[in-house]
Ligand binder design. Structure first.
Ligand code: ADP
Length: 231
């Protein structure tokens, strides 16, 4: 069953730059997909359209049964509840504790307090940070901060997690730890789409790899690596 389906998607920004050209893509439930390619090839634009940060100029985008291209602004929350996003720079609330950072993602959807408590502790346990629930992000390492961001992204039980260079600020060892966390989440059934420049990670993980160039998909490998065609 496909979780994501893009048909003839084109994105031209207001300044006239076309970032994505006639892109067709299908991603099935439970897949782990890397999106790679040179700077400026359209990776961010592609994933931003999936969580409706950007709208396509033409074409259709279905995410979990929602027609994202046609989704009205006041209905975006319906999509956001179905997916989590993880960024390179974590985007945590630095005046809030680890617990509060994760709880916030449930509060905005009106989740009852007792439910929030059990769900937050469960995901913090999953990312190995239950013992740091009362700490503030500044008291954590980069890798730990990214784990908090991952916990926040999954606490709603989304079908999809979109990661935009989640290891971009982390050293090699920490990056691999983050990948293990993402792989564990994927094994629990969550689809993961990850933009990365990290050749090592792509080669080691042996997942599907989509290579973009100048706004087009130029390669799509089932168990790809950067070695193919020297991307
Ligand atoms: P990548 O993530 O692969 O580096 P992007 O999706 O950020 O690529 O960018 C693709 C192209 O779209 C680039 O030429 C970039 O300059 C342009 N672009 C990205 N965002 C905007 C924007 N908000 N307005 C205008 N042009 C943009």
């Amino acid at each position: 069953m496909s979780l994501i389906e893009l048909k003839h998607v084109k994105k031209t920004y207001k300044n006239g730059v076309t970032a994505i050209y006639d892109l067709n893509l299908e991603i099935k439930k439970g897949e782990f997909v890397f999106v790679i390619g040179p700077t400026g090839c359209g990776k961010s634009t592609l994933i931003k359209m999936l969580y409706r940060e950007e709208k396509p100029t033409s074409g259709s985008i279905m995410v979990g049964g929602i027609n994202v291209a046609k989704l009205k602004n006041r209905k975006v929350y319906i999509l956001r509840r179905k997916l989590g996003v993880v960024f390179q720079d974590f985007k945590l609330l630095y005046k809030s504790t680890v617990y509060e950072n994760v709880a916030f993602a449930l509060e905005i959807f009106g989740t009852p307090k007792d439910e929030i408590h059990s769900k937050v502790l469960k995901v913090l346990d999953l990312v190995g940070l239950k013992h740091k629930a009362k700490n503030y992000p500044t008291q954590l390492s980069g890798g730990e901060q990214q784990r908090v961001a991952i916990a926040r992204a999954i606490v709603n039980g989304p079908k999809l997690v979109i990661c935009d260079e989640p290891t971009g600020n982390l050293d090699e060892g920490t990056s691999m730890e983050i990948m293990q966390v993402l792989e564990a989440i994927n094994k629990l059934g969550t689809t993961i789409i990850m933009v990365t420049h990290d050749t090592d990670i792509v080669n080691r993980m042996k997942k599907r790899v989509i290579l973009l160039d100048s706004g087009r998909i130029v390669k799509d490998y089932a168990e790809g690596t950067y070695e193919h065609e020297g991307a």
